[in-house]
Design a protein around this ligand. Structure first.
Ligand code: ZN
Length: 45
């Protein structure tokens, strides 16, 4: 399952939650981007 992350409040939202409306559930922002949880190759130290 894909997850989305809000640019405004940094909340992670599941794909099923925003299936109908692409908006943040917490702040109502439409600026969210898709986040892949499969690839954990990014080194963020
Ligand atoms: Zn938000």
């Amino acid at each position: 399952m894909a997850t989305y992350k809000c640019f405004s409040c940094n909340k992670v939202i599941n794909e099923a939650q925003i299936k109908k409306r692409v908006r943040c559930l917490y702040c109502g922002s439409k600026i969210i981007f898709k986040q892949r949880t499969t690839s954990t190759n990014v080194k963020a130290r």
